[in-house]
Design a protein around this ligand. Structure first.
Ligand SMILES: Cc1cc2nc3c(=O)[nH]c(=O)nc-3n(C[C@H](O)[C@H](O)[C@H](O)COP(=O)(O)O)c2cc1C
Length: 340
């Protein structure tokens, strides 16, 4: 089946052109500056920070300020905020703009109890008037585009996404991302792309579709069928940024390069590891990189013993020695680790 005979146009958010129209999903604990800088060249047109608490920003703690510092990160960049107080959100939006954000994104999607118990994230969707007040306050506060990311609603019985989207458009929000699950679903079931198509038909501002995109051909097809202006990819890119370069090729009407084999993936994992150690220091990098190594090993036949060894290492030198030995074995075509 031929999926693309035309080059996919860029996504436009206000004056900002996002090309290709592929967005790296904000992922708390994952999409720090280092990961975004390493993954962007694979073909993301836009990257988004982890969500940042607008309340925490009032106190300016070191860790919070690190999350919003966008200086030196390849543009355009978006900073995502969560909170439930319009004024605090507006003040936070001003601050993140000063710290280099080209776009301010509002989170109405997070289903985590630690966020929803304070009426933030997806819990905002239980009160559409509050959603509107937050969006208006943020739009009025900053001189850059404001976007919003949401779920379908709190439960299946309250699918407020079209109502919230219309209010977003009315107050001047310039693009919307829909992760097509309800908050109560967390990550269960599958994202309902028919709802993303419904949203696209309901508003004039750009819509970015999100949820379960794990294959470049499937992403192209869903983009076509739903009519969205862009796609956002999250979990499936972790340890596999080549998904994005392959999708970028399809969007440019080119043949995607083959999926890289195990040695190339592990060489990139080593590069990721070394960059993390350099930028964050070994005590912070080592525990953070454990989960990433797990991602890079996903889909490798026979990787579970290797994964277990890597989860137990305490130093960068120990971890890198195991990785380098594995790469050498793979390159010598030793059979322990073949790509599944
Ligand atoms: C570890 C993790 C952290 C996440 N953190 C955020 C976040 O900070 N802000 C947000 O809007 N969504 C967050 N999400 C949701 C993703 O942005 C995305 O909507 C979701 O994973 C569905 O897309 P996917 O199927 O491509 O992963 C997170 C998801 C994961 C797996």
């Amino acid at each position: 089946m031929v999926y693309s005979r035309v080059v996919t146009p860029p996504l436009r958010i206000g004056p900002i052109e996002i090309s290709p129209p592929i967005v790296l999903a904000p992922m708390s604990g994952v999409t720090n500056r280092t990961l975004r800088a390493l993954y962007k060249p694979f073909g993301f047109g836009l990257t988004v920070t982890e969500f940042v608490s607008s309340n925490a920003l009032q106190y300016g703690g070191k860790r919070t300020m690190e999350m919003i510092d966008q200086h030196g990160v390849e543009k355009p960049v978006s900073t995502q905020l969560w909170g439930n107080d319009p004024q605090i959100m507006a003040t936070a939006a001003n601050l993140v703009r000063e710290c280099g954000a080209d776009i301010v994104d509002i989170n109405f999607g997070c289903p985590a109890p630690k966020v929803t118990k304070t009426e933030g994230g997806s819990a905002c969707l239980r009160d559409v008037d509050r959603c509107e007040a937050i969006m208006k306050a943020v739009v009025d506060a900053v001189d850059c585009p404001v976007t919003m990311k949401m779920r379908l609603g709190w439960t299946e019985a309250d699918l407020v996404f079209v109502e919230v989207a219309k209010r977003a458009q009315a107050v001047g929000v310039q693009a919307l991302t829909l992760h097509a699950r309800t908050a109560k679903q967390f990550y269960k079931g599958s994202a309902d792309w028919s709802k993303i198509a419904e949203l696209k038909r309901a508003v004039d501002i750009p819509v970015i579709g999100n949820g379960d995109l794990a294959d470049p051909y499937d992403a192209m097809q869903r983009m076509r069928e739903s009519g969205v202006d862009g796609v956002m990819l999250g979990r499936a890119t972790l340890g596999n940024p080549w998904l994005v370069s392959r999708l970028r090729a399809l969007m440019a009407d080119e043949e995607p390069a083959p999926v890289p084999g195990a040695p190339e993936r592990l060489r990139f994992a080593v590069h990721h590891y070394l960059t993390m150690v350099e930028e964050w220091g070994e005590p912070r990098a080592v525990p953070q990189m454990r989960k990433h190594l797990g991602y890079y090993l996903k889909g490798f036949a026979g990787a579970s013993a290797l994964r277990e060894r890597l989860m137990r290492t305490e130093t960068a030198a120990e971890t890198l020695a195991i990785l380098k030995q594995t790469i050498a074995q793979l390159e010598a075509r030793e059979p322990e680790l073949a790509v599944a």
